[in-house]
Design a protein around this ligand. Structure first.
Ligand code: FEO
Length: 392
């Protein structure tokens, strides 16, 4: 792919990774991704913002073939999908300085062994002039690691945000063309890597209120030519109240736990509560993460295996604990053959979740009428809690 014009002397560079299906050996990428870099040519200085994932370095170097000088490389984020090609760019442009936050300097030294004298660190709010264009550096920690920052190009009113507001979509469309598709991909991305850091991200969002942002150019996915909607979406995901939604991740071996889940879901819907079911044997874990962005309640459904929860249920619980969604209530439903410590084990896996644990429902063998009645009661309790809290 050749470099592509965004505005006067501001170009997209980078690579489209059509084939990638997993990130960090954890995050599913159903639609591939892009690694966006940007070239800004001021009247006096030229800057490259970020690079690409190392396997795609040759593509970036080909795009830079006609560029005679680079004065600065801005590294917004030390993760290698954006920083990994910096050593190759420095080989070609040895006079370039790498602009980073103080924290990123140490991380890039550790990860890429870039020599200390190649770095220039910038404080929050510091500016650098490229002649007729001005870069303002805004520290935006925890989107996605602690060292992350964004850059605002003052004259063009463009925010270069790196992972912040990004989405994993491989497409040849430079700008957002299908808002619904990008909303889902951006929400998936937020859920998977940023949701635990909502408190800090709230401050980042508030910090951006003072800027006239007319375009957002992230480092994954498409550019937002009209960014208001994605900024509103982030406000909701980060600061909004949970929704009137129960998320039910479950696994069933011989059908008993499935019967419990179906009965609870049916009762909740009858009470006016929305539900989303995720059969952990087949689900896309990214979809579960997305649902957790809005959920007020999680109910984990599991059989008892080797005296504890099914490993898939344990994995989903561990993931929910790590993602720290704004969920307020949690319960466990499931079945067992002769005994075990399913509830105790799962309850011990959620220290990060500030939830009220609601009375679990466990049945011996297949569910009895009494078990179904207990589920009906649990549904009533959940519905009442959602109503008390005015979750919409
Ligand atoms: Fe796209 Fe956190 O790297």
């Amino acid at each position: 792919m050749q470099k592509r014009r965004i505005t006067e002397r501001v170009h997209w560079l980078g690579a489209i990774d059509w084939d990638r299906r997993l990130f960090d050996s954890l995050v599913p990428l159903p639609d591939g991704t892009t690694y966006n870099a940007y070239l800004i040519e001021g009247s006096e200085k030229t800057v490259l913002l970020d690079t690409v994932d190392p396997p795609m370095t040759d593509e970036l170097m080909a795009q830079l073939a006609g560029v005679s000088k680079i004065d600065f490389i801005v590294s917004h984020h030390a993760e290698q999908d954006h920083s990994g090609a910096i050593p190759r760019v420095l080989e070609r442009f040895p006079e370039a300085k790498v602009i980073v936050t103080p924290k990123a300097k140490g991380m890039l030294t550790d990860l890429l062994k870039i020599p200390e004298n190649a770095f220039v660190t910038v404080d929050d709010g510091e500016t650098i002039s490229l002649g007729d264009k001005t870069l303002k550096f805004i520290h935006t920690p925890w989107v996605h690691w602690p060292e992350t920052m964004s850059t605002y190009l003052e004259e063009d009113h463009i925010l270069f945000s790196c992972d912040f507001y990004g989405s994993h979509i491989a497409t040849s469309d430079l700008f957002v063309t299908d808002q619904g598709r990008v909303y889902e991909a951006a929400k998936r991305y937020f859920a998977e890597i940023m949701m635990p850091f909502r408190k800090v991200i709230t401050k980042n969002i508030e910090k951006l209120n003072g800027y006239d942002i007319r375009m957002i150019a992230p480092s994954h996915g498409q550019i937002y030519g009209q960014p208001a909607w994605i900024m509103d979406a982030y406000r909701d995901w980060v600061m909004g109240a949970p929704h009137n939604l129960v998320v039910l991740p479950f696994v069933s071996m011989h059908g008993s736990s499935r019967q419990l889940v179906d009965r609870l879901a049916s009762c909740l819907v009858a009470h006016g509560v929305r539900v989303e079911l995720f059969n952990l044997a087949v689900t896309d874990i990214g979809k579960l993460a997305m649902a957790l962005v809005d959920a007020a309640t999680i109910v984990v459904g599991t059989p008892t295996v080797l005296a504890g929860p099914h490993p898939l249920a344990a994995y989903a619980t561990l993931l929910a604990n790590a993602l720290r969604p704004k969920v307020k209530f949690l319960s466990i439903i499931g079945s067992y053959g002769w005994g075990g410590k399913t509830v105790e084990t799962l309850a011990g896996m959620i220290p990060n979740l500030k939830v009220e644990v609601l009375e679990p429902v466990l049945c011996k063998g297949v569910p009895s009428e009494t078990d179904f009645e207990d589920l009906d009661k649990l549904a009533g309790v959940i519905a009442a809690k959602h109503k008390e809290n005015d979750f919409k």
